[in-house]
Design a binder for this molecule. Structure first.
Ligand SMILES: [Zn+2]
Length: 107
């Protein structure tokens, strides 16, 4: 018969130290879902610093009209998609893949 202690150890997560606070609070951009009905702040869009654990803002605080979140251009580093081998080849790159020690194979 399994000991109670063993069963518990599966279900109870070890107590991790709290996550370090992110240094940068993400900045979200919002814009009115319907600019016609919205105030001049949200009809042009506004930025909001908001901790990541908060639910997204749904309504403008000023005019209470619905807003939608834009992809932030301020705080999101542009992540370029890594080239796939076929993409790179089509652009004239020679793709070398590392085999064993210092041995490269042309693909
Ligand atoms: Zn508004």
């Amino acid at each position: 018969m399994p000991s109670a202690g063993f069963v518990l150890s599966i279900h109870v997560r070890p107590h991790f130290p709290p996550k370090p606070t992110p240094t940068a609070v993400p900045i979200y951009e919002y814009i009115a879902a319907d600019p016609e009905k919205s105030c001049r702040i949200c009809s042009k869009g506004f930025e909001l610093m908001r901790p990541m654990d908060r639910p997204p803002l749904e309504h403008c605080h000023l005019c209470k009209n619905p807003v939608k979140k834009l992809v932030s251009q301020v705080n999101t580093p542009k992540v370029t998609k890594p080239l796939s081998v076929s993409d790179a080849k089509s652009k004239g790159f020679t793709i070398m893949k590392r085999r064993d020690k210092g041995v490269y194979e042309k693909l």
